[in-house]
Design a protein around this ligand. Structure first.
Ligand SMILES: Nc1ncnc2c1ncn2[C@@H]1O[C@H](COP(=O)(O)OP(=O)(O)O)[C@@H](O)[C@H]1O
Ligand SMILES: [Mg+2]
Length: 288
């Protein structure tokens, strides 16, 4: 494996609050690596350490050298867009091209490649603006790209469009570190995922490896309208979920119990998802 980024025992305090606790992982060349964790887990803080150079304890190496010397090789796309709303898409790209001393031909190329219409930013859809932000982070032709929750708040179709772009970046041999609290995003994009909660990495692996670690084999999901959550169940949107290793035996019991809590519309027996694994490992939900 060709290692590009090495994060070693990174610890960060904000005042007295420890927001990152000995975080360690590596990202290989050509890999999409995901940081999966709920709000407040420390994802943005870690990305700011890598891309903006805020203070920290521990070590970060890029291509075997201290990150402080190599930060220029990172493209960075913040959660908050850094684009100027009263400029056109192309003028934004040109502006950043100038800052980075990149030929403006590259700006034209990226407009074409990402199919971004040359309108004023305020007239672009949320998805288009996101694409523009990603295009800006690619201007300097970085070896590695850091994307902080690249699809948060986007509709399903636009999310897929942004995923396509991220996959394209990977296919060019670049590595991508992205944070997300969407399980489907980690499943769709990431070669490996680190589960992060409360500033700590809980586990690292491929999505399949992480799912296999799940102690439970099945989830019984009951959809409907309920007015309470019975003990031993977790709420997932409008569903109540019960985890078990003996689903066939438990399904009747589940229906009996849940039936007393409201109106059942549908009962589904399924394998645990990454979201379920997260819930088991941390006792917390990823979203909400
Ligand atoms: N500038 C800051 N000053 C103090 N606390 C902060 C600051 N930025 C983030 N935090 C705190 O650090 C923790 C991690 O936040 P963050 O890295 O933004 O998490 P995430 O991106 O995973 O949602 C949170 O508890 C947050 O309140
Ligand atoms: Mg964040």
């Amino acid at each position: 494996m060709d290692e590009l980024l090495r994060v070693e025992n990174v610890t960060k305090f904000y005042g007295r609050k420890k927001v990152l606790d000995k975080v360690s992982f590596t990202v290989n060349r050509g890999e999409i690596f995901g940081l999966l964790g709920p709000n407040g887990a420390g994802k943005t803080t870690l990305m700011k350490i890598l891309a903006e150079g805020i203070s920290y304890r521990g070590g970060v190496l890029l291509s075997g050298e201290s990150i402080e010397k190599r930060r220029f090789q990172i493209g960075y796309c913040l959660q908050d867009e850094m684009i100027y709303r009263d400029l056109s898409a192309y003028d934004n790209l040109k502006f950043y091209a100038q800052l980075l001393r990149v030929d403006r031909k590259r700006a034209k190329e990226l407009m074409r490649e990402f199919d971004i219409p040359n309108k004023k930013v305020e007239q672009l859809s949320g998805g288009m603006r996101k694409k523009l932000s990603v295009a800006i982070s690619l201007l300097g032709n970085p070896e590695s790209l850091i994307l902080d929750e690249p699809t948060v708040g986007l509709d399903v179709e636009t999310r897929r469009e942004v995923w396509r772009i991220i996959k394209k970046v990977k296919s060019e041999g670049k590595s991508v570190l992205l944070s997300t609290h969407y399980m489907e995003e980690a499943e769709a994009l990431c070669d490996r995922v680190a589960i992060i909660n409360d500033g700590k990495i809980i586990d690292i692996g491929t999505v399949d490896e992480l799912k296999k670690k799940s102690k439970i084999k099945s989830a019984i999901e009951v959809r409907g309208i309920f007015n309470m959550i019975p003990e031993g169940f977790v709420q997932e949107g409008s569903s109540l979920v019960f985890y078990t290793n003996k689903p066939k035996e438990d399904i009747k019991k589940v229906v009996d119990i849940v039936g007393k809590c409201g109106e059942i519309r549908e009962v589904i027996l399924r394998e645990p998802t990454l979201e379920d694994v997260f819930l088991q490992l941390t006792g917390r939900r990823l979203e909400g």
